[in-house]
Design a protein around this ligand. Sequence first.
Ligand code: H2B
Length: 119
Amino acid sequence: MVERLTETERAARLPALGETGWGAVQGRDAIRKILKFRNFSEAWGFMNRVALLAEKMNHHPEWQNTYNVVDVTLSTHDCHGLSALDVDMAAKIDSFAGSATVQTDHSLPVLSLCQIRAG
Ligand code: H2B
């Protein structure tokens, strides 16, 4: 059974993800990143790589695509919050992002997830 990240693990792992543009989702123990690619083809190529990773990890993103924008939210449904699977996946997603730019205007600081709360 996968467990939610402890406060110590959050303090160790979330700041680096905040630096690359991951944010917190309002009202959820989840992280979100919005990536903008040059065109649909690049966005779809990225999504293909993430999809193969998701199958390999048996861990699946919540995501939306509109033309060249991919909006990704990561959380672990089995434990109702952030687990190591999410932060591992986020780092791998970053490695697939190539020249995508990041939209951060939507997000809350990822550090707001460093204290565990219910839900
Ligand atoms: N993805 C995510 N994001 N969270 C999960 O808890 C999860 C998953 N669980 N992918 C997996 C599949 C589970 O439903 C299957 C039955 O193993």
